[in-house]
Design a protein around this ligand. Structure first.
Ligand code: GLV
Ligand code: MG
Length: 329
């Protein structure tokens, strides 16, 4: 039997990008309702500002009030001259206040293994609990897509795979400059369906969260809502946000609905009743056939609802006697 490891329990509905070079944004982000903040040392920071940004990010982690948020830092890609110092300085000086490192442009397992080993050395040297700092791997080019299964298996520190639409669009030559939106002229449906599903399957096979990247048109709330709803329906756990005005829309898109949560709990109760009291694997619930597969699906929806603090509003009433059309064997 294949056992799928449980998902990390950190909520990541909205993951806010905060440029590490902006003290104003670093301060403002602390009061916002994003589930995760990632303080960016990569593409939002100009090459000449990298060193100052590192210092600002370390200070913000140490001095800031990030209560209730996942605290992450996006370092520069493993192939760059900044990456090793990003990890060493941030993890040594602010490792106790850091939950995860976002590693961009992951093109294969060695990138992740390098980061895992380096973090392990720093944890030993600093006396930090081993393995506490997680890794989120950005899959954002053709190489990363092709190697995504091996990347997902590369380290026990991995918590999430993150789709990066901007770099991905550039990597495969997509003819659009609208980051995260559908490219004009594409007639095949959702142009991102393949990479999104590819990442999702690799993530789930290894018990990781799957996070969608940014939607760059900040004032286009309905476009953002549609993009977030689409990946949420597919199974994604969250999405990046680039601006405070995007947080609420994205949190709402990934929050479990009350009706779905109630239904999930009913299915679980019904499956329990039929498999134990009635000794049957399949049964009807409100006109719908349910069985072991329904139970597994319901477990996922119920877990999401419970994690979001929802309370059920319906109770399961075991039917008396036999159900119409489904005689007991
Ligand atoms: C994010 O990093 C992206 O490339 O979309
Ligand atoms: Mg990118």
């Amino acid at each position: 039997m294949v056992t799928v490891p449980p998902l990390p329990d950190r909520a990541r509905r909205s993951c806010l990008a905060v440029p590490g070079s902006s003290p104003r944004f670093l301060a403002k982000a602390q009061g916002l309702a994003a589930d995760e903040v990632f303080l960016d040392l990569e593409d939002a920071v100009a090459p000449d500002a990298k060193q100052d940004a590192r210092r600002a990010v370390i200070e913000a982690l140490r001095e800031g009030d990030w209560h209730g948020k996942v605290r992450a830092v996006r370092i520069n890609a493993a192939s760059t001259r900044w990456a090793y110092r990003d990890v060493i300085e941030v993890a040594e000086q602010a490792g106790s206040n850091l939950d995860a490192i976002v590693l961009p442009k992951v093109s294969g397992p060695p990138d992740v293994i390098w980061l895992d080993l380096l973090l392990g050395q720093i944890e030993q040297a600093m006396g930090y609990p081993p393995g506490r700092i997680g890794i989120e791997a950005q899959i954002e080019d053709a190489g990363g897509q092709a190697a995504v299964d091996a990347i997902a298996a590369a380290s026990s520190r991995l918590e999430a795979l993150v789709f990066g639409p901007a770099d991905f669009m550039a990597s495969v030559g997509m003819r659009s400059l609208a980051i995260g939106a559908q490219p004009a002229g594409y007639a095949g449906g959702d142009a991102f369906h393949y990479p999104l599903l590819r990442i999702l399957v690799a993530a789930r096979a290894h018990g990781l969260q799957a996070i969608d990247g940014p939607y760059a048109a900040i004032s286009d709330t309905s476009g953002l809502r549609a993009a977030a709803a689409s990946v949420a329906a597919l199974g994604y756990d969250g999405k990046w946000v680039l601006h405070p005005g995007q947080i609420e829309t994205v949190n709402a898109a990934f929050a479990p609905g009350q009706a779905e949560y109630d239904r999930a709990e009913l299915i679980l109760d019904a499956c329990q009743h039929y498999t134990t009291v009635r000794n049957r694997g399949a049964a009807m619930l409100d006109g719908e056939m349910i069985d072991e597969a329904s139970r597994k699906l319901a477990m996922v929806a119920a877990a999401r609802g419970r994690a979001a603090g929802l309370a059920r509003t319906q109770r399961f009433e075991p039917p008396g006697g036999q159900e119409p059309g489904r005689p007991d064997p």
